[in-house]
Write a new protein. Structure first.
Length: 234
């Protein structure tokens, strides 16, 4: 676990110390901390963390704007840790690309379990992103090590959810992958109810990897079952 670099963004110094202690006791040794949006952006750009634990209410902005900033450059996994427990806040955070949403007060063990699950889903076998492979779809190259989609001279970033979904399909290329299996790969055991959200992610993925997203050649829908990543263009 200590190969992962974590960034914790929290304006409460005492809570930040407690989170850092919890992480340290569970094998995480590379932990960066930030108490403001500006500090978080500076660490994000210079240190390139493997995952971010993010508070919503910050003195110079909010976590939602930070997620938007992160997603412009990276698919880094984000675990929101916030006292905001309204459904609208949770849905907004997840809709922006956060991987999970944990409300305060929280159980230390639950924080670790959720973080571990995110890292396992995104990186697999506890390996850093630099050790992931690539996928070629026609003239489009998906680099899993960087989470980038290269097509001609354009470059697009995958979100963490898109990464997990595409990786699952890539591992089973040519075969049907059920909706349940894809949702579990992206959201873990608590995936129930995410089927409609999956459709949104699939649509966005097609916009990044297909020449004509309305008539996909690679990311195919298998009605009543799930999806399939075609081996060759139809």
């Amino acid at each position: 676990m200590n190969t992962f670099k974590l960034l914790c963004v929290e304006d409460s110094i005492e809570l930040l110390k407690m989170i850092k202690k919890i992480l340290g006791q569970n094998g995480y040794s590379q932990i960066m901390t930030a108490t403001t949006c500006q500090e978080a952006i500076t660490h994000f750009k210079s240190q390139k963390p493997d995952a971010i634990i993010l508070d919503i209410m910050l003195p110079d902005g909010n976590g939602f704007s930070l997620i938007r900033e992160f997603r412009q450059h990276s698919d880094v996994p984000v675990l929101i840790l916030s006292a905001c427990d309204a459904d609208d806040d949770r849905l907004l955070g997840l809709g922006l690309g956060a991987d999970d949403y944990l409300t305060k007060p929280f159980l230390p063990r639950e924080l670790i379990l959720r973080l571990n699950n995110i890292l396992k889903r995104v990186y697999g076998n506890n390996q850093p992103a630099s050790e992931r492979d690539s996928l070629l779809l026609g003239d489009t190259l998906i680099d899993f090590s960087s989470g980038l989609v290269h097509s001609g001279k354009t470059e697009k970033s995958l979100t963490a959810k898109e990464f997990a979904i595409l990786k699952k399909l890539s591992e089973n290329r040519g075969n049907i992958v059920t909706t349940d299996s894809i949702c579990q790969a992206a959201w873990g055991d608590g995936y129930y109810g995410y089927e409609n959200t999956l459709m949104v992610h699939i649509r966005r993925l097609r916009e990044k990897i297909e020449k004509d997203p309305s008539h996909p050649q690679y990311l195919l829908t298998v009605r009543g079952m799930g999806y399939k990543l075609a081996k060759d263009s139809r």
